[in-house]
Design a protein around this ligand. Structure first.
Ligand SMILES: NC(=O)c1ccc[n+]([C@@H]2O[C@H](COP(=O)([O-])OP(=O)(O)OC[C@H]3O[C@@H](n4cnc5c(N)ncnc54)[C@H](O)[C@@H]3O)[C@@H](O)[C@H]2O)c1
Length: 372
């Protein structure tokens, strides 16, 4: 593949989130041509393509791949389709940028990533809350020791979804969505929390620290309090990290006062991120401990989190023929955490990182009920 050329990109599934992918590709128009989009709903594919410069609509992924041979494909279909469609694209040699949740289970994750090849193609997942300059700045401060050790954290996704939202057939069901708000909504904040803490003690803010920054055990509860769905509509969890730090997690779609929040109390400062669907530097508040005179809390530049910002490292990785961020073990971290949260809630047991492997019912199914 010619790495200097403009990228030919395509979108599969032209529903609600596809607009964010179109906007991201348009923001990178110097580099990228959005050449095609596929949806089984012909009217949606047509309407989507009409908002682009020259994307061609297709009724399915196969005909799009046959005719267009794209370099990179956005998967924006419901989660139950991600494994099959991602494998298909990777097997054709194109890279994949796949919406969250990556898929419905750890087994599916391992299956889809097994179609990757060294140097590409890779599949990376859209955890856009990790993007934006404030995240990297926090990780650098943490890695350099400016903040001291993280001690206790709160991770809150308290959103509101009505009955009309759950009228879309694939939502709220284990087989099609893979879970409730822990899987579909809170995954962004939980991924961000795990990503922020994984950087503790790494030295330069770029890498992950290993065991100390990773979660080690989780206890959890789920409930279905309002919606007529199969999955939970609220969950809570208690988490311990390798460093000894503790965290609480709440994922809800029942909360009229909607907020996404991460608060991390470190030895030298409390850092609090408060937003809803995206953040810039103004959403981050640093409160220094009484004996701390100064910490450089402002990032050098202020890039807001977004799909466009999350796409930048994906395109860079493509050009460099390197593994993308939010792929492989890095993309799997939060999915393993969600599987553990569900296992802990269903069994009433403490679940430890690494224990859900092939053979564990929660490896194949977030509800722990799928046959072998
Ligand atoms: N990153 C985020 O913040 C974010 C936000 C919302 C949704 N999402 C994720 O994006 C994905 C899609 O969610 P949505 O809200 O856009 O859903 P949606 O229902 O609005 O759109 C899905 C589209 O996929 C199409 N589709 C279904 N089967 C198909 C097939 N076999 N081939 C091609 N197209 C097919 C549907 O016709 C529909 O147009 C989900 O995984 C969801 O969790 C991510």
């Amino acid at each position: 593949m010619a790495r200097g050329k403009r990228l030919r990109v395509a979108v599969v599934g032209t529903g609600a989130i596809a607009d964010s992918h179109r906007a991201a590709y348009q923001a990178h128009h110097d580099d990228v041509d959005l050449v095609a989009a596929a949806d089984v709903d012909e009217a949606r594919a047509l309407a989507f393509c009409a908002t682009t410069e020259h994307a061609k609509p297709y009724p399915d992924l196969d005909s799009l791949l046959d005719e267009q041979e794209p370099d990179l494909v956005s998967i924006c279909t419901p989660p139950g389709l991600h494994v099959e469609q991602t494998k298909k694209v990777l097997e054709r040699g194109a890279w994949v940028w796949c919406e969250k949740p990556p898929c419905r289970s750890l087994a599916e994750y391992d299956e889809m990533t097994s179609a990757e090849r060294e140097g590409g193609p890779y599949v990376s997942f859209v955890y856009q809350q990790r993007s934006g300059s404030a995240v990297g700045h926090f990780r650098q401060l943490l890695a350099k020791g400016e903040l001291g050790r993280p001690l206790v954290a709160h991770c809150q996704t308290t959103w509101y979804r009505d009955a009309a939202y759950y009228a879309v057939p694939w939502r709220g069901r284990w087989t099609t969505e893979g879970g409730g708000p822990a899987m579909g909504h809170g995954i962004h904040q939980m991924d961000l929390l795990l990503h922020l803490l994984a950087g503790a003690g790494a030295g330069d803010g770029d890498g992950d620290s290993g065991a100390g920054g990773e979660w080690t055990e989780v206890q959890a509860m789920t409930a279905r309090l309002v919606h007529d769905v199969e999955t939970e509509d609220v969950s809570t969890a208690l988490v311990r990290f390798g460093s000894g730090a503790l965290a609480t997690v709440v994922n809800s779609v029942l909360s009229p006062d909607e907020v996404s929040r991460i608060r991390i109390d470190c030895e030298r400062a409390t850092v609090e991120l408060t937003h809803l669907y995206g953040h810039s530097a103004e959403n981050w508040r640093y409160t220094l401990a009484p004996d701390v005179a100064e910490i450089p809390t402002e990032p050098a530049e202020d890039v807001r989190s977004s799909h466009a910002a999350a796409l930048t490292p994906v395109l860079e990785a493509y050009r460099a023929e390197k593994r993308t961020p939010c792929s492989g073990a890095d993309g799997r971290r939060v999915l393993e955490f969600v599987a553990a949260l569900y296992k802990a809630a269903f069994t009433g047991q403490i679940v430890r990182r690494g224990e859900i492997g092939p053979g564990d019912p929660f490896y194949r199914d977030m509800a722990g009920v799928a046959a072998g």
